[in-house]
Design a protein around this ligand. Structure first.
Ligand code: SF4
Length: 232
């Protein structure tokens, strides 16, 4: 499952080997430091489209990004396969933005079928495995495409706030999409410098709902001998 910039089924034809995805050198990059340097250097007011997974994670990211960029949140999460759960998380996302004024919103549709298609054959994968790679590629790919279509200079995602999400992999996917779509990917690892803890505190300040699982129905299934784990 490789990231593509074109519309669904109309990728631009570039494919990337798994060697690219797991470039060992990327693990040595301090993505958070690189992001802080970019925030210092970027001209004020450049437009950034931020894929957001949920209100709590976005709170930490927006706190860092809002003074450097003109940020628009893109809540594209067909991986939340339960429609009521999706609606609840989205409404909390929108409430946070209303109360803080930290970003605008670019609306998009909700079709869990897009996730099921991307995850086909990977249903039994553990969290953090191949299904999640496909899920990241789906969500970041759609964000990159929307950013290109909307004339944004940058795109980014909140996903690295979670201690469960592999920042090196997310940055590999983002960099590949940058090359395909011509929109700059903002390198990041938002969990650094107690970023996750900060997101928990901000969620408390704004009374945000914090979900107990990642999003897809498969992430709700406990591993043998375990209960449903808490999503961080
Ligand atoms: S566990 Fe989370 S990241 Fe992985 S496929 Fe499911 S929703 Fe996507």
């Amino acid at each position: 499952m490789f990231p593509q910039c074109g519309r669904a089924g109309q990728g631009c034809g570039l494919a990337f080997s798994r060697l690219v995805w797991y470039n060992g050198g990327m693990n040595r990059v301090n993505f958070h430091e690189e992001m802080l340097k970019t925030l210092q250097a970027v001209p004020k007011g450049e437009r950034l489209l931020l894929h957001s997974c949920c209100g709590p994670c976005s709170s930490r990211c927006l706190e860092l990004l809002k003074d450097a960029f003109s940020v628009t949140v893109f809540y594209y999460n067909p991986n939340i396969t339960d429609a009521a759960e999706y609606a609840h998380r989205k409404s909390e996302q929108l409430r946070l933005l209303r109360e803080t004024g930290w970003a605008d919103v670019l609306e998009c549709g909700y079709d869990p079928g897009e996730f099921y298609a991307a995850a086909a054959g990977l249903e039994g994968e553990p969290e953090g495995g191949e299904r999640c790679r496909a899920c990241f590629a789906l969500r970041l790919g759609r964000t990159a495409r929307a950013a290109a279509e909307g004339g944004y200079g940058w795109f980014c995602s909140t996903l690295s706030v979670s201690p469960h999400k592999n920042a090196a992999l997310l940055n590999e996917i983002g960099a590949a999409l940058e090359r395909q779509c011509g929109v700059r990917w903002l390198q990041n690892d938002f969990k650094k410098q107690d970023g996750y803890l900060r997101s928990v505190r901000l969620a408390g300040r704004y009374g945000l709902y914090r979900q107990s699982y990642c999003g897809c129905e498969f992430s709700q299934r406990p591993a043998p001998g375990e209960g449903v784990k808490k999503e961080d």
